[in-house]
Ligand binder design. Structure first.
Ligand SMILES: [Cu+2]
Length: 168
């Protein structure tokens, strides 16, 4: 567990170094608290409110997978805390989720009662490149969805493959 976690984080650091030009940011969801049922009134919307997410950024969920998971759902299931029709479900305990396309992303914990207790996260992912210039220049050619998907796939492998190499 500890080794796997280190391997993943190490891989992410390498990947971010290699892909430095893409300026992808890596966010550890909940910071040091991780992905859990937070006490003390801290919630994940407060955590997300201080950040602006872009295509290519990576969310890292860290949690004990005996007690939590990461379930990506649609907006209706997010509102009702329903994990039964997931878009994607992660359960490794250290999951790096690449934000591959702009739009709304909804995550919750699928364990009974956890979403209701506040273990849920909604973020908005913006098109790449609008951080520096809110109004993009007219000749700014946006990457095609296909290219974006390919590069995020490559980034995902850049994270996963070194992890396995370090583990065996
Ligand atoms: Cu949970």
């Amino acid at each position: 567990m500890g080794l796997a976690k280190r391997a993943v984080l190490f891989s992410i650091m390498i990947m971010v170094g290699i892909c430095g030009l893409s300026m992808a940011a890596v966010y550890n969801v909940g910071d040091s608290a991780g992905w859990t049922i937070l006490g003390g009134g801290l919630d994940y919307q407060d955590w997300a409110a201080t950040k602006k997410f872009f295509v290519g950024d990576i969310l890292v969920f860290e949690y004990n997978n005996q007690y939590h998971d990461v379930t990506q759902v649609n907006v209706e299931d997010f509102k009702s805390c329903n994990p039964e029709s997931p878009i994607t479900r992660y359960g490794n305990g250290t999951d790096a989720v690449t934000l591959a396309s702009p739009g709304e992303y909804y995550f919750l914990c699928g364990f009974p009662g956890h979403c209701q207790a506040g273990q849920k996260l909604h973020i908005t992912v913006n098109s790449a490149g609008s951080a520096a210039s809110p109004i993009p220049p007219a000749n700014n050619v946006a990457p095609s969805p296909y290219t974006t998907k390919l590069s995020s796939l490559a980034m995902t492998f850049a994270v996963i493959l070194p992890s396995f190499l370090l583990l065996v």
